[in-house]
Design a protein around this ligand. Structure first.
Ligand code: ZN
Length: 196
């Protein structure tokens, strides 16, 4: 069982590495980490089952998403917030894996890599974090809002960057949104904070 799980995690990591190398905006943002430790951990007992089922049901063709969907029950899913922050509906249609990073499925202290899902129509209010960030839209669409700029729509294949502590909000399009995102910077282990 453990061997099969390790192979699934390494399979996802390998596809993510390919996406990174084939996407200049990502490889320019941060090189692929060279310190990745292949040490898969136990999947925690408390996992956001409803959100995981939403990920599995999401209609997508991207190979990175397919790999995540195929092995969704064996991955470590996280949510940065609690129900009373953003509401039950948000939490039932949102989740991410930290594929690599200080607290990731694979450990790296050079860079964090996330694969995240948000359901159709969700609004992720203005928030900020210490890490610099880049999002690659794997599937669906999202409108990013900043504090001093007009909202901008991003579709499959497009990338969006945020600098350290740059406030941003997200409006998810009608086909939901899945992303491969990277964080870098010396305080990248700090979580995001809502600004409301
Ligand atoms: Zn962010």
């Amino acid at each position: 069982m453990l061997k099969a799980k390790n192979q699934a995690w390494e399979h996802i990591l390998e596809i993510a590495r390919r996406v990174h190398s084939e996407t200049p905006a990502l490889s320019t943002f941060a090189p692929w980490p060279t310190d990745i430790t292949i040490a898969p951990q136990a999947v925690p007992q408390e996992q956001p089952e409803t959100a995981i089922n939403a990920v599995k049901a999401y209609g997508a063709s991207h190979p990175l998403i397919k790999a995540v969907q195929d092995h969704a029950d064996d991955l470590v899913w996280k949510q940065s917030y609690r129900d009373d922050d953003l509401g039950r509906d948000f939490m039932d249609h949102y989740g991410y894996i930290e594929l690599f990073g200080p607290d990731g499925m694979f450990i790296s202290h050079q860079c964090r890599g996330f694969i995240g899902y948000w359901g159709a129509g969700l609004i992720y209010p203005m928030h900020q974090h210490a890490a610099e960030e880049i999002y690659l839209v794997l599937e669906g669409s999202v409108t990013f809002e900043g504090q001093d700029q007009a909202p901008m729509l991003y579709r499959k294949g497009q990338t969006r960057r945020h600098s350290a502590y740059e406030p941003h909000a997200m409006r998810i399009g009608e086909k939901g949104f899945m992303t491969f995102a990277l964080w870098r910077g010396k305080d990248m282990a700090q979580p995001p904070r809502l600004m409301v």
